[in-house]
Ligand binder design. Structure first.
Ligand SMILES: [Zn+2]
Length: 121
């Protein structure tokens, strides 16, 4: 059973990474660029599939995390260096988009060119 409850959340602005350890023991590591790429907000995803053009990884590769904070007990929000801050990253979304469980990313957690135009897992 995949857990969507975190047991610890570490935000490291110096290395531009967020590390979440889940209650089932799995550890997920996200870069700022990856989080920006998978931002679930309406401006990035639209309210329905196909409504807006999601960001492409190439467009957000340089984006860094400037800050982070909790949203209630169910989500995190992030301040990105491109000024974007409207995404509410539920733990369910974060677990589902965990880079280590995707097979279309390279070892650095970045999409393999031409193989991952859609950020949704
Ligand atoms: Zn967004």
């Amino acid at each position: 059973m995949t857990s969507t409850d975190p047991s610890s959340v570490r935000v490291d602005l110096d290395t531009n990474r967020v590390v979440i350890t889940w209650r089932d023991g799995h550890e997920s590591r996200y870069t700022g660029a990856y989080l920006r790429w998978t931002c679930p907000c309406a401006a990035c995803r639209g309210h329905a599939p196909g409504q807006v053009e999601p960001p492409r990884f190439e467009d957000v590769r340089q984006v860094r995390l400037l800050g982070a904070g909790p949203v209630g007990s169910y989500a995190l929000r992030f301040d990105f260096s491109d000024g974007h801050d409207s995404g509410i990253f539920s733990y369910e979304h974060l677990r589902r988009s965990c880079p280590t469980t995707r097979d279309d990313l390279d070892e650095a957690g970045e999409p393999v060119p031409g193989n991952a135009d859609d950020a949704h897992a």
